[in-house]
Design a protein around this ligand. Structure first.
Ligand code: ADP
Ligand code: ASP
Ligand code: MG
Length: 444
């Protein structure tokens, strides 16, 4: 069986939902994972912020505007009178629930409940859209099988057991629709797989059912060699290995949620990126095969904090790094980049929830400097650190304002730390030097 995930733009209008219908309408059995319609999750996050800040009038206003847009979607998407009544009633129930949440004291649980409504809406409406001329469609509630454990990891045994049972219960269906992004936690409370998490839902499902392939259908023709939001003339890459894709997704390529390849890598289930707006384009195929040499792609991750820890006693002392890392472990904060010298260690984190406490603890053993608004720019390609052309990178870097560099931590990745204000220029310069005027994937 295939798993196909369609993102926000793919289900963001009646026109695009019609495209999705045409893509999945081939009579083959498949699981279809849907995101919220584009803009909805952002609107829900804003509503949640208003409620959190006690700006209830603003929250209610935003809820009304969103409700109106869904009423319009129902009218233009569905024509069967019975299904229109059913869809309108569902939409009204969701928005009554949102209004009720705006009158309850705010907690993380309120946030999780509010942001979950987008996927519930899109899947309900899309299933009714298909019901109009397609009988073999089943809507599987993700909250009946998708669960994360206390470490926010998918509870694979639970998911496998429940999802396969649910698929068997409606064995005569050929299109199983479910919500991306949302899940339950160990206490059966509503939770989610973090922003962009529908990609992750798709590969978790792919692993749970032993899918032939997981397809991520989005609004671009595959994984590009640089971030198209900041750089012109980027190109789609036809093949990536799981390792390359994992590094790029982790280091900021928005087209894939950072965890996407994790569930399927070990099982060797291919992941294919496809463009809903141009289904005939090849897209990108991610497998365990290695294709090409040199730098394949560049990505950037924002929101990075750099911490420099200096200690005269680090000189020839052992155990210093252990002490430093233990502090990060205590505060469950993972480290992305690390560089060391005789008297200092610099490292980066992307989660600054416990920054203050970490700095306090570090100050007991060393002098500490913190810089925020940093970005990691990451160059990825199979074995790039051994490639004959890679040393040229150091000439290029003379022209780029680099604060820290990690080379050799993984054979496939060279990471540069830059000020976020220099990120776009860095990406553009690297694009020019690495990919342009060259038909190879390496330096010209
Ligand atoms: P979806 O809603 O389908 O999940 P996303 O907006 O999450 O779509 O991801 C697709 C977007 O990711 C693209 O439109 C593009 O702007 C952005 N993007 C960032 N980096 C890359 C990259 N390396 N390759 C392709 N797209 C990228
Ligand atoms: N709707 C969620 C978000 O916008 C999940 C997703 O689109 O993958 O983050
Ligand atoms: Mg996405």
């Amino acid at each position: 069986m295939l798993v196909l995930k369609f993102g926000g733009t793919s289900v963001g209008s009646v026109e695009n939902m019609t495209r999705v219908k045409n893509i999945i309408n081939d009579g083959e059995k498949k699981v279809v994972v849907l995101s919220a319609m584009s803009g909805t999750t952002n609107a829900l996050v804003t509503i949640s912020e208003f409620i959190k800040n006690g700006e209830l009038e603003q929250a209610v206003l935003k809820i009304e505007v969103l409700h109106d847009s869904y009423k319009k979607t129902v009218s233009s998407l569905i024509s069967n009178p019975f299904l229109v009544i059913e869809a309108k009633a569902y939409v009204n129930t969701i928005f009554s629930g949102l209004r009720a949440l705006s009158n309850t004291p705010y907690s993380v649980l309120s946030y999780n409940k509010i942001v979950a409504q987008g996927e519930l809406l899109s899947t309900f409406l899309f299933s009714r859209f298909l019901f109009q001329d397609h009988k073999k469609v089943a809507l599987l509630p993700a909250l009946d099988f998708m669960r994360i454990d206390d470490n926010n990891e998918p509870d694979m045994a639970y998911i496998k057991q429940n999802l396969n049972r649910m698929l068997n219960e409606v064995a005569d269906a050929d299109i199983y629709i479910t919500q991306g992004f949302i899940c339950l936690d160990t206490e059966e409370r509503i939770s989610n797989l973090q922003r962009g998490g529908s990609d992750y839902t798709a590969t978790i499902i792919g692993a749970a059912i032993g899918a032939q392939e997981v397809q991520i259908w989005t609004d671009i023709d595959g994984f590009h060699n640089n971030d198209p939001r900041f750089v012109e003339k980027t190109k789609a890459i036809s093949n990536l290995s799981f390792d390359e894709a994992a590094e790029l997704a982790y280091f900021g390529a928005k087209v894939l949620h950072p965890q996407t390849v994790m569930p399927v890598r070990e099982l060797n289930i291919p992941v294919r990126l496809k463009n809903t707006l141009s289904p005939d384009s090849f897209g990108t195929l991610i497998t365990n095969q290695i294709h090409g040499e040199g730098i394949k792609a560049i990505a950037a991750k924002d929101g990075i904090t750099a911490i420099k820890i200096k200690s005269a006693r680090m000189l020839q002392a052992y155990g210093f790094l252990k002490k430093v890392f233990e502090i990060f472990e205590t505060y469950q904060t993972s480290i992305d980049m690390v560089t060391t010298s005789e008297i200092a260690v610099s490292l980066t984190i992307d989660n600054d929830t416990h920054l203050e406490a970490i700095v306090e603890a570090l100050k007991k053993v060393a002098h500490v400097e913190v810089d925020d608004f940093m970005s990691i720019v990451c160059l990825v390609g199979n074995n790039i650190i051994y490639h004959q052309d890679t040393p040229q990178l150091f000439q290029i870097l003379q022209d780029v304002n680099v604060r820290m560099i990690a080379y050799g931590g993984s054979n496939n990745n060279i990471s540069l730390l830059v000020n976020t204000s220099d990120k776009q220029e860095t990406l553009r310069k690297l694009q020019r030097y690495v990919f342009e005027n060259s038909d190879r994937l390496v330096f010209s």
